[in-house]
Design a protein around this ligand. Sequence first.
Ligand SMILES: [Zn+2]
Ligand SMILES: [Zn+2]
Length: 252
Amino acid sequence: MRFASLGSGSRGNSLIVDAGDTKLLLDCGFSARSVLGRLARLAILPEEISGILVTHEHRDHIAGIFRFSARYGIPVYLTHGTHVAASQGAPAECRLIDAHAKFSVGSVEVSPFPVPHDAREPVQFVISDGLSRLGVLTDCGVITAHVTLVLAGCQALVLECNHDPGLLAASDYPAPLKRRIAGDFGHLSNAQAASLLQQIDTSMLRHIVAAHLSEQNNRPDLARRALAQAINCEEDWIGVASQEEGTGWREV
Ligand SMILES: [Zn+2]
Ligand SMILES: [Zn+2]
């Protein structure tokens, strides 16, 4: 199994997981046209994609999703709450998922798990090909006991490092927006992501990618340093998904 970010940040998020015969997109927060270009960079055709998993209805996760899905006949997997909030009038084929129940798409097992975030029924995902597990966690206000339980022992993690609290406090964002981002239904700071790593078994971890970095309220070097200190590794071992480029492929 391998994975790559198509781009990550407040202007759009999407990740692709490739288990050979099954390829899944996780979120699609770019225009359908932009997704095509980003997939081409990774040498993937849209016709190869078996399904699109959706975390929640915020625009940076669903912008092009229904158009892209309808154009290529790709089913969209989402919770009832996300469906109600996101897909009115959408022609796409939607499959409702239970936020606590595993399901399979082709050869891949998908385990959704609920997270605290200011959306209707947000989830994040652990994806497994039976050999390795990739855990993805973005758009989460606070680390819960359930989050630490499901992300323990993964071989790869894509982990939100949204902001540095000092940069956020000093930024010119309006006060209510600062409170929302830093609140329990907002986004993880570098320190919160680091504390997650300290709470879970990371002995099997072969890849970690910091994601959903704020372009104004964070810097890649700050995210890298926080995560590297938490697991006592070299800073350049920590990957960072950028808004424009995402990441290259990583073999799990
Ligand atoms: Zn987001
Ligand atoms: Zn969100």
